[in-house]
Design a protein. Structure first.
Length: 292
């Protein structure tokens, strides 16, 4: 009987020792935390977040704000408030490198930042085109050809305060649309560009009905500039995923002056968009010039 008691007591202490060892191992596990990014968003402006890798998963803490991947792009997330004064919420994004990105979202009428880059070089906004799209190097090449092309689109012009704003070329290559925009400054006062943005809007606003407006974000901007000096001009090519305009809607292109009042706007109908001409490669263009 004593031997049995000794064995039982010994077993009890061995179990107790094993339990204490496991408890000690458990206490060695430490939780780590990462500070989330804080972003202010508005209901009238789109905030773009550029990730270093393709976006795999997006989770919104609230339906009070909208979040979507930019069309034709894998690593750009666009967010906008669905209503004014939304309560603080959060956003979680997982990218293809296995990293989790956390954001705290707050509302403001005037966000100080509209473009946030999480790449190693935060001054670069490099986009990753979706599978099946042409690569960025070719996009830049075709944008350069669109800039030099002699083919022109006419009849899309706005003039105001000595500024002539126009779309003078519409080109297409694969699933990419190249919009060539001209800004001519006939005044002696430099024109500082604040915004140049594209929207699809309803042609007419019915009474008591909110106007629907969809912003089209560019994949790349070629020959970009922030200023057009007096008595000079500039031509810019905006690269956007291909689109056509539904019935009873139009494309609005806004040019806003920084700290000024010379704001211009172009209205483009679908019949102009569908007449976009193919972008010719540099090799083909040079052959055509020799044959002429």
């Amino acid at each position: 009987m004593k031997k049995i008691n000794v064995i039982w007591i010994t077993g009890f202490f061995l179990c107790l020792t094993s339990f204490n060892g496991q408890a000690q191992q458990t206490t060695d596990i430490r939780a780590t935390t990462t500070e989330p990014y804080r972003i202010d968003i508005a209901s009238t402006k789109t905030t773009n977040i550029v990730f270093p890798y393709a976006i795999i998963s997006v989770d919104r803490g609230s339906k009070d704000f909208l979040a979507q991947k930019a069309g034709g792009v894998e690593n750009v997330l666009q967010i906008k408030a669905a209503r004014e004064s939304l309560p603080e919420t959060n956003l979680t994004v997982i990218t293809a490198d296995g990293r989790l990105h956390s954001f705290v979202i707050n509302y403001t009428d005037h966000p100080s930042v509209l473009n946030l880059s999480l790449t190693e070089n935060e001054t670069e906004y490099q986009v990753l085109l979706s599978p099946g799209k042409i690569n960025e190097a070719k996009v830049r090449q075709y944008a350069g050809e669109a800039l030099k092309s002699h083919k022109k689109t006419r009849g899309i012009t706005d003039r105001k305060f000595g500024i002539r704003f126009s779309i003078n070329g519409l080109f297409i290559r694969d699933d990419i649309l190249f919009v060539r925009v001209g800004i001519l400054n006939r005044s002696n006062i430099s024109y500082d560009i604040d915004q140049l943005r594209f929207y699809i809007r309803d042609r007419k606003k019915a009474k008591r009905t909110a106007t629907q407006e969809i912003e089209i974000s560019s994949v790349l901007v070629h020959n970009n500039t922030g200023k057009v000096t007096g008595q000079s001009g500039s031509t810019i090519v905006f690269v956007v995923p291909k689109f056509t305009i539904p019935d009873k809607k139009y494309l609005a292109v806004q040019l806003m002056e920084k700290n000024g009042g010379r704001h211009l706007e172009l209205h483009v109908k679908n019949r102009k968009i569908v007449k976009a001409v193919p972008v010719e490669s540099g090799l083909r263009s040079s052959r055509d010039e020799k044959s002429e």
